[in-house]
Design a protein around this ligand. Structure first.
Ligand code: ADP
Length: 297
């Protein structure tokens, strides 16, 4: 059983020939509304990977966007645990993309930023987790709160995205930190050293560090074993949106299924590589037969 505690956004994307200058109005050529938010994307990836139940704990506002997100997420085999907050708007990402695929994005976190602790029912769901997966589009305090409700021995996987300073207590609760190269730099505030040096610094705070390396796959680093570079299959990249989220969700599902960490990482690479061959976020996340085929290589 994977429990994801994280953000839920409605992504509203408009296509324009060119991005507007300040004060300027441009006309869009198309509008798309899709499910987004790292928490929701990762939960969808875990649910589609199969073999394990997946719960998503998150917050939305009492508005149209929140209702759209509920109905979009109902299509996946997810145990949806969305709390509707009356004093916040739903998380929104306003995405503008121009003819050169250049984008500008405004995120209104709304309900995702709520400081409200987990409800009693949500805490009970966390207590059923075999793997707990959190990100940082919701407050670090919420991840810490969730970590406090897991059973002994249940790993917390923290995808530190977007990167931000973490409370000491959260560092002490993380079993596996998942970051891309940019986030590794941000978290260590080390802009001059090598990636290996940054990983060594992160390993002083958490026992396992997994760095995603885009088309080069990922690097699994622990304190007491040789580090493992696991390559991603070569693919024709179309859109890397949700690659990192697919990686995290599939990894969590595989670990909950009892797969060893290196094998789980290999499957997560393969699934994320599939996601980059398709446009969109939640629409690009592969399903069970695809992940199974990818796992077999
Ligand atoms: P993020 O999307 O969070 O910046 P990465 O770019 O590191 O993270 O991608 C996450 C994972 O997605 C990688 O570890 C890899 O498995 C897969 N991936 C990303 N880009 C590619 C690519 N061009 N080809 C194959 N796999 C990719």
């Amino acid at each position: 059983h994977v429990v994801v505690v994280g953000s839920v956004n409605l992504d509203i994307s408009v296509k324009v020939h060119r991005l507007p200058h300040p004060g300027e109005t441009v006309l869009a050529t198309s509008v798309h509304r899709t499910g987004g938010g790292k928490g929701a994307n990762q939960a969808v990836a875990a649910a589609r990977a199969g073999g394990t139940a997946t719960s998503l704990i998150g917050r939305v506002g009492n508005d149209e966007e929140g209702r759209i997100m509920r109905s979009l997420l109902r299509h996946d085999r997810l145990d949806l645990r969305l709390t509707t907050l009356t004093d916040a708007t739903s998380g929104l990402a306003l995405v503008t993309v121009d003819d050169h695929a250049e984008n500008s994005i405004v995120v209104a976190p709304g309900a995702n930023a709520s400081p409200v602790p987990l409800s009693h029912e949500d805490a009970q769901v966390v207590a059923q987790a075999d793997v707990l997966l959190c990100q940082l589009e919701t407050p670090p305090q919420l991840a810490l709160d969730a970590a406090g409700h897991r059973r002994p021995g249940v790993p917390l996987l923290l995808n530190a995205a977007p990167a931000m300073p973490l409370p000491e207590a959260l560092w002490n609760s993380i079993d596996m930190l998942i970051v891309n190269q940019h986030e590794a730099t941000e978290l260590t505030q080390d802009t001059t050293g090598t990636l290996d040096h940054r990983i060594a610094q992160l390993l002083q705070r958490t026992p396992t560090v997994l760095v995603t390396l885009g088309k080069q796959g990922s690097l699994l680093a622990t304190r007491d074993q040789p580090w493992l570079h696991l390559p991603a299959p070569a693919v024709n990249a179309v859109d890397t949106t949700a690659a990192g989220d697919t990686f995290c969700g599939v990894l969590a599902a595989e670990l909950a299924n009892g797969v060893t960490t290196p094998n789980a990482v290999a499957t997560a690479n393969a699934a994320a590589a599939l996601a980059v061959t398709r446009p969109g976020a939640q629409s690009s996340i592969p399903d069970y037969p695809e992940v199974t085929a990818a796992a077999l290589g």
